[in-house]
Design a protein around this ligand. Structure first.
Ligand code: HEM
Length: 191
């Protein structure tokens, strides 16, 4: 049997995700609220760049409730909670809104998947006195629970039938999203 879209994405991005986790945590973004502020600014720019994905009709036809899932409003509120300015986008972002469907879906996998790891990051943010209602809103789980939301998302992700070039595009979109995240993290979280 051929691989599912999720299996392809996992295989193709596990190394880059691992590198990103390590690079972010090496910068100690949860050591104090100042360092955490850089992390939120990075997350804000990432979620803003991804925002156009959530209003795409082609993705909405695959992913249930797509328009409700974006978290850039949460990162905006987190910045306000922390009295931080909206960061200036100094790095040029990939045009996620204009990507062909398989690439866009690969990028959406990255940003939605980041909410799984966010369970662990939220705990670290709570140690700084922050919460799902103050300063760490974007790390909150989906109302139905992270695992349940992820199961719904990945089931939908797997329904798109792709040929070989579509599968390559799916993985490419995810790698593009991870690469941009990595660049943003290195730029905005203090070394
Ligand atoms: C904005 C940065 C990040 C992005 C874009 C991201 C992306 C992802 C993606 C796509 C997944 C889903 C993998 C899958 O099951 O297919 C995931 C899961 C996960 N991430 Fe990240 N991640 C980020 C930051 C982090 C950081 C900093 C950590 C912690 C050091 C982390 C820890 C995890 C863990 C533990 C899981 C698996 C959770 C589970 O299976 O319950 N992530 N992340």
């Amino acid at each position: 049997m051929s691989k599912t879209n999720l299996e392809i994405l996992r295989e193709e991005t596990s190394e880059t995700h691992n590198r990103l986790d390590k690079a972010i945590m090496a910068r100690n973004p949860f050591a104090d609220t100042t360092r955490y502020g850089g992390f939120v600014q990075m997350q804000h720019l990432l979620h803003e760049a991804m925002r156009p994905l959530y209003s795409r009709a082609d993705l909405a036809a695959i992913i249930p409730d797509l328009e409700t899932l974006g978290r850039s409003d949460a990162t905006t509120a987190d910045l306000e909670d922390l009295s931080l300015p909206t960061p200036v986008a100094e790095l040029s972002a990939p045009d996620f809104g204009a990507m062909p469907l398989p690439k866009a879906l690969g990028a959406l996998y990255v940003i939605e998947g980041s909410n799984l790891g966010a369970a662990f990051l939220l705990k670290a943010a709570k140690a700084l006195g922050l919460s799902e209602t103050h300063g760490a809103r974007h790390l909150a789980g989906a109302p139905e629970g992270r695992a349940r939301h992820w199961a719904t998302f990945t089931t939908a992700l797997n329904t798109l039938d792709l040929d070989e070039s579509g599968r390559a595009d799916l993985a490419e979109g995810a790698r593009t999203a991870f690469d941009y995240t990595h660049k943003l993290a290195m730029h905005h979280i203090a070394a």
